[in-house]
Design a protein around this ligand. Sequence first.
Ligand code: PLP
Length: 424
Amino acid sequence: MNTQRSHELFVHAQNIIPGGVNSPVRACRNVHAEPLFIAEARGSHLRTVDGEDFIDFLGSWGPMLVGHANPGVSEAICRAALRGTSYGAPCEDEVRLAEKVCEALPSVEMVRMVNSGTEATMSALRLARGVTGRNKMIKFIGGYHGHGDAFLASAGSGVATFSIPGTPGVPASTVADTLLAPYNDLEAVKALFEAWPDEIAALFVEPVAGNMGLMLPQPGFLQGLRELCTKYGALLVFDEVITGFRLSYGGAQERFGIMPDLTTFGKIIGGGLPVGAYGGKAEIMRHIAPEGEVYQAGTLSGNPLAMAAGLATLNILKDADYAGLESRVHNFVVELEQILKAKGVPVQIPHIASLFTVYFTDAPLLDFASVQTTDQTLFESFYKQMREQGIFMAPSAFEANMLSFAHGDEDFARALEAATHVKF
Ligand SMILES: *Cc1c(COP(=O)(O)O)cnc(C)c1O
């Protein structure tokens, strides 16, 4: 495996870009590897600057559900680019994409486009606070909602009650209103509502968590959250930046049959261009400026290229065979688990739709704390050996792999073949 050019670029990049990357986890530090620099991507494959071919299991961390350089999407972007790249005035595709999102999710009656998932969650939090006149917010430990200050809280002593900034640069006062609970722990959430019955504006949850590795909600968990939010007058916000249009065309909320008050989107909805969105009941969304008083704006929001890419992507997904992809991924995961188990290591591979994470543990997986006890050394070894054989997987045990409709039997077979050669 030749990585010379990647290495040279990375060495150079580290002098002019912090850590040599524009998003930290790309640096592959969790697995003590260097990032690969990509020259080209098509379908389920990536090609590095060294000309090495990889099967891509990461899907750009989520957006690439219809595959890389999907002709329908790339051509739509090219056509849009020839008509100009930004107008600072509305365009027709914004309306059409909003319409598509509202059609796909019954809980979304109105939607506002932004430029990233981070912007979507920040804006949804501001809206929830503006509408309810309350300041506090609940999120789950290990849940990721982008890098907005208020979401970057860590659990202090007294889990489920006390939060501290998760990073320098975030004042303690900024996360003072961020309440934390362990994922899947309905009792902890209930305790927070009982402690602050009139102060909680919103509860943010990834309905299937994808940023502590893949973490599935226990039966009744999401329904329980819905009931608690309704009882205490807080808005239930589903962060569907990963799950939207991936768990099903109608997202996790369709799959689990839960109606949130607000939903945030990103990744897939931009078809690989920078897009986010937040939406929900009209009576809530009408509070956003200029119709309401909650301010939120964006020079490039509703950008014509991004809208074209998102529309083309959703057009493809509308008729896509989600069940077929899910069953291919399921069969693959079951076989992968058998191959690894036969090597005598403790392993579990939770999966749903086109998402999975390989965890090296026998212990039950319920929340972030359980992920933290998984064997990182085994994970690193597995990651590196798969990568050496041309399989590009999530470079951390705290991330999910994201497959696409472009993945075919041959890709799965090649990955399984690679797994059989892994030695622990
Ligand atoms: C990726 C992600 C975000 C942030 O989106 P960006 O586009 O990276 O800002 C927010 N929430 C979830 C659940 C995500 O996975």
